[in-house]
Write a protein that binds this ligand. Structure first.
Ligand code: ATP
Length: 251
């Protein structure tokens, strides 16, 4: 059986006085793709941010193990360098920083952590020109400031470009499909499928079954009120599309 990359044990987390995650359990092995669906406000993004170590969220109890080691005391940037990647639902703009510099610095920080040599700007340029093809992005996006003036869909592609470069162990893609037109959805899904390997794992947070026509998950989880209330195969997403979330609470 393949190695467990991420294990979430009975996780409770809050924002201020409000408890949002109320006992999440999830285990993800190498080579697996997991989709997380669920109604608005059920805690999907919160779960992704807690895994990444976002400082706005406080852990109440439970644990998050990455390759068997608790990461609760590890800073967000160290989690990223160790191979936890989060593609944001709302990617941020960084004025004054070119996309190319940002991506090179992020990649070199990860490589340094891995004990690998850092890429020079020229070496990086050769690598990035291969990777932009994967997400169907034009070279001109590299010299623009990070996400500044990018359309919604372009920002999402840029997140997948980061994923392609960083070669993380677990990539959490929070509503990467929202804002993508039909052609872009196909391109991005193809890119994600290319990046899915037997040595890494992917969590797709999505509202739409159509994404799962292109990227077939091994498991579909439904989150409701801060917990995973149902787990199944891709047919669970198809059933949801037909019957809506009320069907879950009635079954
Ligand atoms: N920083 C915050 N401050 C206050 N409330 C928050 C914060 N982050 C999350 N919440 C609340 O926690 C609940 C869960 O939010 P979350 O974004 O995790 O849901 P979601 O399942 O991802 O929703 P959606 O499908 O709409 O993106 C919501 O009620 C939200 O308002």
């Amino acid at each position: 059986m393949s190695q467990t990359i991420l294990e979430i044990k009975d996780l409770y987390a809050s924002v201020g006085e409000t408890t949002i995650l109320k006992g999440v359990n999830l285990s993800i092995r190498a080579g697996e793709i997991h989709a997380i669906m669920g109604p608005n406000g059920s805690g999907k993004s919160t779960l992704s941010k807690v895994i990444a170590g976002h400082p706005a969220y406080s852990l109440i109890s439970g644990d998050i193990l990455f390759f068997g080691q608790s990461i609760l005391e590890i800073e967000p940037d160290e989690r990223a360098k160790a191979g936890i990647f989060l593609a944001f639902q709302y990617p941020v703009e960084i004025p004054g920083v070119s996309n190319s510099d940002f991506l090179r610095i992020a990649l070199n920080a990860r490589r340094k952590f891995q004990g690998l040599s850092e890429f020079s700007p020229l070496e990086f340029f050769q690598l990035i020109t291969e990777k932009i093809d994967l997400v169907g992005m034009q070279e001109s996006f590299l010299t623009r400031n990070v996400n500044e003036g990018f359309s919604g869909g372009e920002k999402k592609r840029n997140e997948i470009l980061q994923m392609a470069l960083l070669d993380s162990k677990i990539s959490i893609l929070d509503e990467t499909d929202s804002g993508l037109d039909i052609d872009a959805l196909r391109v991005v899904a193809k890119g994600i499928n290319t990046l899915a390997k037997s040595t890494n794992s992917i969590i797709l947070i999505t509202h739409y079954q159509r994404l799962l026509d292109y990227i077939i998950p091994d498991f579909v989880h439904i989150m409701s009120n801060g917990q995973i209330v149902k787990t199944g195969s891709v047919t669970l997403a198809q059933d949801l599309e037909k019957h809506g979330y009320d069907w879950i609470t009635q079954t």
